[in-house]
Design a protein around this ligand. Structure first.
Ligand code: SF4
Ligand code: SF4
Length: 278
């Protein structure tokens, strides 16, 4: 079972849910796809023992073959190539490595260089096989790092994916092959608004999903009523408690604090399996 944990916005407790679920289950693969700010390992505490660069291609212009016809620049949807009368300018950080410019070049004047956009780190903790993607500082190409992470997924294991926040391309790339998606939200007007956007995405991708309400007790009951009306399962409500905020600030998982939390997150997995097998 491949379960993605996502949220319409950051700071809703997505990583809390993903890490506690993994720790309660054990024997899972954990993939932290929140590559701009991977923080699951603060809670999991896996010992990182492997690191591998993620490289992407960008075009190199072979000057003595180029006649500055401009076809590469016309083709590039990302404005990564500009052709001026006697020069071709390449902007590697804008290039999405689609290789299309090489296809349209009539003079075979393009070959390839590569650059690092981030890295994949791997480690183990207890029986959790942990992977995280780390985007280089200032880098905008999150997708290649997420794609590279997903190549590590083992089909014969339960997998927990900690998706980036929001509803943009990196989220879709992270969750699009999951069998189930947990959407974490807060019972506030902002939380409700962003939850509805996230629901649109998972419905569009045809991924079965349920909701976990974090900080239950603040705000109002709009999220819960909406879920009731839309027949969306609420898998768990995590109450607003000072103790939980304290544990979070110290990097301590809820399931390590009490057996009660261990059972509650274990029951989330059971509910998901019931939903999937309905
Ligand atoms: S398409 Fe090829 S020949 Fe034309 S400007 Fe680009 S690199 Fe040069
Ligand atoms: S590989 Fe694609 S994105 Fe990159 S410069 Fe060529 S056409 Fe543009």
């Amino acid at each position: 079972m491949n379960i993605a944990v996502a949220s319409g916005k950051g700071g809703t407790g997505k990583t809390t849910v993903a890490t506690n679920l993994a720790l309660s289950l054990g024997n899972v693969q954990f993939i932290d796809c929140d590559v701009e700010e991977p923080n699951a390992n603060i809670f999991l505490k896996a010992k990182i023992n492997e690191s591998e660069d993620v490289n992407v291609n960008y075009p190199n212009i072979i000057k003595n073959k180029c006649n500055y016809c401009g076809k590469c620049s016309e083709f590039c949807a990302y404005n990564a190539i500009a052709v001026v009368p006697s020069k071709v300018l390449v902007f590697p950080e804008l290039c999405h490595s689609c290789l299309g410019c090489e296809l349209v070049c009539p003079n075979d004047a393009i070959d390839w260089s590569n650059r690092s956009v981030g890295k994949i780190q791997h480690g183990q903790v207890n029986n959790i096989d942990f992977y995280q993607g780390v985007l280089n500082v200032g880098e905008i190409q999150a997708i290649p790092v997420i794609k590279s992470l997903k190549k590590r997924i083992k089909r014969d294991k339960n997998v927990i994916i900690d998706a980036p926040p929001g509803t943009s391309c990196p989220v879709i790339e992270s969750i699009n092959e999951s069998g189930y998606c947990i959407l974490v939200t807060e019972p506030t007007p902002f939380g409700f608004h962003d939850l509805k956007l996230a629901i649109e995405v998972v419905r569009h991708l045809k991924i079965q999903f349920g909701v976990i309400i974090n900080r239950d007790g603040i705000g109002d009951n709009r999220v819960e009523l909406y879920c009731q009306n839309e027949n969306i399962p609420v898998l768990l409500k995590i109450p607003e408690r000072k103790r939980i905020a304290y544990l979070y600030s110290k990097g301590i998982s809820l399931v390590n604090e009490s057996h009660e939390w261990h059972e509650m997150f274990g029951s989330v997995f059971d509910k998901i399996m019931q939903e999937v097998n309905k």
